[in-house]
Design a protein around this ligand. Structure first.
Ligand code: LLP
Length: 421
């Protein structure tokens, strides 16, 4: 069972008919299930068993402030990659001592902000960055807690744009650079290395890449400790995949199948374990609801032109990502192969290509499934289209948790020099 199910010929989220929400909230809009987010968090925590990691939600997947408050209230931490994400995490209830700050291009201002707000750790990504943090920490009269983000050269075999752990990716400290850094450790007086971090990539659908990363961390931890460091934590990153082809099935079983084999290995570490899930917490808990504007046939192609496009959900255009598309009110019309496209003036603007769907008509509602992660956060104002609203369902209630953008947002200009600071 998931939060999204058909009942009485209509797609529902928990106790709410999506068609009823669409009567009061103009499409397109994102809609999330509170129960599904809680269920995903539960499934992840249960799968780790007594390892009991500090789960740090990767804000980049979905940083709606309301959802952040919902997650911080569960007692978890936050994985952030910018000053903006530190700010959002702090504003929405994540305690500073549960915030881990990664990112390959931290600015001096962001480093200073992180140190002054006393976040738990900065996961550093290059030797040069270590030097910059040392300088800033010295200026602030602080000891900066840092973790070394390692690039383990592990291939998780996903889309090249979401691979992060190969030597050819820009992320992390290479194994050679790691050795140089260990030698230099005694020369840093305002830096304390307290952890190790790896994030090998996203959409990991088996245990093996995690096991390889854990093995690599074990070796590096020994090296660091031999050089006198005492580690507080080992952070295994995020990256747990979701099944975009099975939006009405509970993800709990596959989460368990991938994560539970890691427990025995993780238990052998004598320090805190951190896990940074983004997608697996929120993707299956959200959908994008769109209305059919037009249908048209050209040659042997059938187009369904929806009111949502790449400016609302970029993943299909950017990664050729698959999202199931379900009719909100199913019918028994014949099936047809269609391209579901958006209104944006780009041929690359599509939600699905050559998809078998029951024939749809102008006005029909479609649900683009598994859109709770990397959906709204990757939306844009391209073609001067306001960003979609976001709605949260809780049992039989729903409420708008972010208003749809407006045309006047598009007209916003600098009226005060402080706005650009
Ligand atoms: N930790 C770090 C350091 C990361 O870079 C990421 C994601 C995560 C955690 C969370 O990974 P997750 O559990 O969500 O896979 N926009 C792409 C995904 C990019 C992921 C970037 N890093 C997509 O829509 O598929």
């Amino acid at each position: 069972m998931t939060a999204f199910q058909y009942h009485n010929s209509s797609l529902r989220c928990e106790g709410v008919a999506i068609s009823e929400v669409a009567e009061v909230v103009p499409t397109p809009f994102y809609l999330y299930s509170k129960a599904a987010i809680h269920a995903n968090l539960d499934a992840i925590s249960t799968a780790f068993g007594d390892v009991n990691p500090l789960i740090c939600y990767a804000l980049k997947a979905n940083s709606n402030p309301h959802l952040l408050r919902l997650l911080s209230a569960c007692g978890i931490g936050a994985d952030v990659v910018s000053g903006g994400e530190i700010y959002l995490a702090l504003e929405n209830g994540f305690p500073a001592d549960k915030i881990v700050f990664a990112g390959v291009g931290k600015t001096d201002a962001e480093i200073e902000y992180a140190l002054s707000r006393n976040v738990y750790t900065l996961n550093v990504e290059s030797l040069q960055e270590v030097g910059v943090i040392e300088e800033i920490a010295r200026r602030l009269g602080q000891q900066a807690r840092v973790g070394l983000r390692i690039n383990p050269d592990i291939d998780v075999e996903g889309h090249p744009y979401i691979s992060t752990g190969k030597a050819s990716n820009k992320f992390g400290i290479s194994l050679e650079e790691f050795d140089a850094l260990v030698e230099r450790l005694p020369s840093y007086s305002n830096i304390k290395v307290v952890g190790l971090h790896i994030h090998t990539g996203s959409m990991i659908d088996r245990s093996q890449p995690y096991l390889a990363a854990i093995e690599c961390m074990r070796r590096l931890k020994h090296k660091l400790e031999a050089a006198g460091a005492k580690l507080d934590y080992v952070d295994i990153g995020g990256g747990l995949s979701v099944d975009y082809h099975a939006p009405l099935e509970s993800p709990a079983e596959r989460i368990h199948a991938i994560i539970s084999p890691l427990a025995a290995e993780l238990r052998r570490f004598d320090c805190r374990i951190i896990f940074e899930p983004g997608r697996s917490l929120v993707a299956s808990a959200g959908i994008l609801v769109t209305r059919v504007l037009y249908t048209k046939h050209t040659g042997d192609k059938h187009f369904v032109i929806a009111d949502a496009g790449m400016s609302d959900l970029l993943r299909p255009s950017l990664y050729s990502a698959h999202h199931e598309i379900l009719p909100v009110c199913p019918n028994d019309r014949p099936l047809r192969h269609v391209d579901v496209v958006g209104p944006v003036c780009e041929s690359g603007d599509f939600l699905a290509k050559d998809r078998l769907l029951p024939e749809v008509e102008r006005g029909d509602l479609l649900a683009v499934m598994t859109a709770g992660a990397y959906g709204f956060v990757l939306s844009s104002n391209y073609n001067s289209r306001p960003r979609p609203a976001e709605v949260l369902v809780n049992a039989s209630d729903h409420k708008v948790i972010r208003e749809r953008g407006t045309w006047s947002d598009l007209q916003r200009e600098v009226t005060d020099s402080r706005e650009n600071s």
